[in-house]
Design a protein around this ligand. Structure first.
Ligand code: C3B
Length: 851
């Protein structure tokens, strides 16, 4: 109001409006400023870690400018927003990606080179933020990259765990879990927002009462209240001025609560309460594709869902003259697996109890705004919470779910009469322990439900949720279940992870447009037989293998022959993923080599087999498989007859940054799950984009990759999905022959060849083998649940074909180029465009350079 004051404010605004300049000299100045003034380093005393932090802050300044302006632009344009709710984000290191996406590669390189520093060395200082388990979490991170790159007004919401995925150490061949306090030294890329907090209630009770308008209502009172505090992680897009946000919530004690405790002079109780509140976001549960019904886990889920929904509704009601009926035009929410599906009840609670929207309207809004992605058909991963537990923790939500179910069941009975379909579709599962099925709640409360690959979506319809699909068809909505085949971002997985390959593409295609439009890579196909490209391609692989060799030397003290075929299987250890079968094959290969004369051996293709991945801490068999791989590797690698020709190593502590080194170096990779078990797989896509070929089953996205790249680019084996049931049924009756080569492998294991001097390991290895052989007996067949025995012979054949094909270098190179250049479909840019179009109805909103 005061004109003098206004003038001064305007001066400040002008100052804030200017962008940080991006020439190398300005970057250097900004770096020096952060080193000295943000980190308190002196000229004489700073480490590479300090340098990394200061460089991170230089980037953060620029990210913040872009994030703030992007948000202002979205508000100004009043766009519809997408919100991705995920308990996991396996984001990986920020720095290299941020530099690439902000288009600062050249000036950064120059700036730091002139100061005597290599960017690579700075990158290595960053710890991987590992706030996810595996594919699901990494997919969420690739999605964020594509949302920003496509200039879509979409944010991610999740949990800022203090301890991410555990660090895996291998001691005496066994997995040992070590805590990953990744946030210990602080992350220079995140922005704490003490000003953005929401209260989240847990426990307590529901009371009848009157609301502010004097109407009868139900009030959820008492219990514990924790505060969710926002930490923002800017996500810059590539080739756009948009930067989106990943908002992660950290649990903090409520201020009022603390004060009460202090005034009661109960200091230690107050401290205890603080610790208890903070426990909520302390640790990521290390379970992948399996479910543990732990109370803390449900608390975490509710905590982040409630804070996120409160935050997005606040954004909605900030709009002048908002109307609730407009909510579906402004908000689309994606629930990543069942983990955030308490959102269905919380959305209802916020609308009905807090915002006073009438029930029917609230339900209509909920089912128009929410969507659910299913990521697995493993029954052990579909969350079901005991009613008793949920009633204690979220009493109002159980009421809401009860009411929703009552209306739902009444409708169903009117349609179908009482019958088994009613029990199947109910949200409640009867039994000794009555449970709430989160999958059913999610489907009921969603506008769209999607699977993550074509085959997987079909299985959802026919096997996982057949009754829901029937209901959708019967009510004229068969399109409620749609397919959204997964993808990966080419920025991180080609451009950053494999700069040599990125340079080849850009050179041959004349521009880097392929990085935002991967269909451009088709232009490479006309060069697939060009000897000049072949030479450059092989050089690219050599560079990647050299880097891998350095990594293996450093982490395992393992020397590899860089001319060997590099064969990699890296993913979570799971019986359905069949690392065990891979290991059994390596033993078979070893036995073959042992039988040969030295002259015969000379002719065999040299191979290095690398297997890596973490096992859930309570998953006994997965941990045994790790031990077996390590023990087999020890025997093979130290055998003078074979050591040069075959190596097997377990790569410890598999994580995003390790994947970035491993994937570009592969010749083949193993995606060998039993048909129908791997929902999609995403590392298969990363490998092929980097010119690796797949040994795989007709499962998940393998099927679609093969369709795009050509049958000749993939070494397919194993039974088909529709054959599995028949094979299992026959096996139950005892018709389950074991191939003689596999018997020889079993024999070696039983003879203790891989457990010399380790009686405990010997018994454990035998138990693994016995389980596979235990395929009949009165209806107890569960031994070889994943058909290792059945698929083994064709797996051996596929591997022989790999060797034969690899012998013809020109042919191999051609196939590698052909495959890598045909991967457009598997860019998350394509996936996210489909989500935006078909599910969210969210449109790109690219902000102009200057605002
Ligand atoms: C995974 C599936 O196992 C993969 O097949 C799939 O590619 C990814 O999700 C992404 O869709 N998955 C996971 O990592 N964690 C789960 N809890 C369930 C599935």
């Amino acid at each position: 109001e005061n004109p003098d004051q206004k003038e001064k404010m305007e001066k400040l605004w002008k100052l804030m409006e200017t962008y940080e300049p991006n020439d190398p000299e300005s970057i250097q100045k900004s770096f020096a400023r952060h080193l000295e003034y943000s980190l308190a380093c002196t000229r004489f005393n700073f480490t590479m870690q300090d340098a990394y932090r200061a460089a991170g802050l230089v980037l953060r300044d620029r990210l913040l400018e872009s994030l703030n302006d992007t948000n202002a632009y979205y508000r100004k344009m009043d766009v519809k927003r997408g919100y991705y709710l995920s308990a996991e984000y396996l984001i990986g290191r920020h720095m290299q990606n941020a530099i690439a996406n902000l288009d600062l590669e050249q000036p950064f390189k120059e700036a730091f080179h002139a100061l005597g520093m290599q960017l690579e060395d700075l990158f290595h200082e960053e710890v991987d933020p590992a706030l996810g388990n595996g594919g699901l979490g990494r997919l969420a991170a690739c999605f964020l990259d594509s949302m920003a790159t496509l200039s879509l007004p979409c944010w991610g919401y999740g949990i800022r765990y203090s301890y991410g995925m555990f660090k895996q150490d291998i001691q005496n061949g066994r997995q040992v879990e070590m805590p990953d306090f990744w946030i210990g030294d602080g992350c220079p890329f995140e922005i704490p927002r003490p000003d953005i907090t929401y209260p989240v209630r847990l426990y307590g009770e529901v009371q009848e009462g009157l609301n502010a308008q004097g109407e009868w209502c139900l009030n959820w009172v008492g219990g514990d209240i924790v505060q969710a505090m926002a930490y923002d992680n800017p996500i810059p897009g590539f080739d756009t001025y948009n930067t989106n946000n990943l908002r992660l919530w950290r649990a903090c004690p409520t201020k009022e609560f603390d004060l009460d405790q202090y005034s009661a002079a109960n200091f230690t109780d107050a401290v205890e309460a603080r610790r208890k509140a903070e426990d909520l976001s302390a640790v990521l549960y290390p379970n992948d594709a399996s479910y543990e019904g732990r109370e803390l886990r449900l608390r975490q889920q509710y905590f982040f869902v409630s804070a996120s929904l409160q935050d997005l509704l606040r954004e909605f009601i900030k709009r002048p003259n908002y109307k609730w009926s407009e909510l579906p035009e402004k908000v689309a929410v994606q629930m990543n697996d069942t983990h955030p599906t308490i959102a269905v009840a919380e959305f209802m609670r916020l609308l009905v109890d807090v915002m006073h929207v009438p029930w029917d309207e609230a339900w209509e809004l909920t089912t128009k705004c929410l969507n659910y992605t299913n990521h697995t058909v493993m029954p052990e991963a579909l969350e079901k919470w005991p009613v008793e537990m949920m009633t204690r923790m979220l009493p109002r939500h159980v009421q809401i779910i009860g009411e929703l179910n009552l209306r739902w069941i009444n409708g169903l009975v009117a349609k179908y009469g009482d019958g088994p379909i009613i029990a199947a579709l109910s949200i409640f599962e009867e039994g000794d322990v009555k449970k709430i099925r989160m999958g059913n709640l999610a489907i009921m409360g969603s506008n769209k439900v999607n699977g993550v690959a074509a085959l997987h979506t079909e299985i959802i319809k026919k096997e996982t949720f057949p009754d829901f699909y029937k209901y959708c068809c019967d009510t004229g909505a068969p399109d409620k279940i749609v397919n959204m085949t997964n993808g990966v971002t080419p920025r991180r997985w080609v451009h950053c992870a494999n700069p040599a390959l990125s340079a080849i593409f850009t050179k041959y295609l004349g521009s880097h447009e392929w990085l935002t439009d991967m269909t451009k890579l088709k232009g490479m196909l006309k060069f697939k037989e060009d000897p000049k490209l072949h030479a450059e391609w092989m050089e690219m692989k050599k560079t990647a293998k050299k880097k891998l060799a350095g990594f293996l030397k450093e982490t395992l003290d393992l020397e590899i022959d860089q001319d060997a075929l590099i064969d990699i299987q890296i993913k979570r250890i799971h019986e359905y993923k069949r690392q065990f079968m891979n290991c059994l094959y390596v033993i078979h290969r070893y036995q073959q080599l042992k039988k040969m004369s030295p002259a015969e051996r000379e002719k065999v293709q040299k191979r290095v087999v690398l297997i890596g991945g973490k096992a859930a801490s309570a998953y006994v068999n997965a941990k045994l498989i790790i031990k077996l791989i390590n023990n087999v590797g020890k025997v093979i690698n130290n055998d003078p007859d074979t050591g040069k020709l075959l190596k097997l190593a377990f790569v410890p502590n598999y994580r995003v940054s390790a994947a970035e080194v491993l994937i570009p170096a592969s010749d083949i990779s193993e995606h060998i799950s039993t048909a129908g078990t791997e929902a999609s797989g995403t590392s298969n896509m990363k490998f092929v984009m980097n010119g690796g070929l797949i040994v795989g089953t007709m499962d998940g996205a393998n099927i679609e990759i093969r369709e795009e790249c050509g049958e000749d680019t993939m070494f397919i084996f194993g039974c088909l999905e529709h054959e599995v049931a028949g094979i299992a049924a026959k096996a139950k009756e005892g018709h389950y022959p074991i191939d003689s080569r596999l018997q020889a492998v079993f024999q070696a294991i039983r003879n203790g060849e891989f457990s010399k001097g380790e009686p405990e390991a010997h018994a454990e290895f035998c138990s693994l083998v016995d389980k596979l052989c235990n395929t009949h007996g009165a209806g107890t067949w569960d031994g070889d649940r994943y058909l290792v025995v059945h698929d083994f012979p064709s797996f051996v054949d596929a591997q022989a074909k790999v060797d034969a094909t690899y012998a013809d270098k020109a042919k191999w190179c051609k196939l590698s180029i052909q495959a890598a250049s045909s991967m457009a479909k598997f860019s998350t840019d394509r996936t996210i465009s489909e989500y935006a179009d078909v599910i969210w109805g969210v449109k790109p909103a690219p902000r102009p350079m200057e605002m």
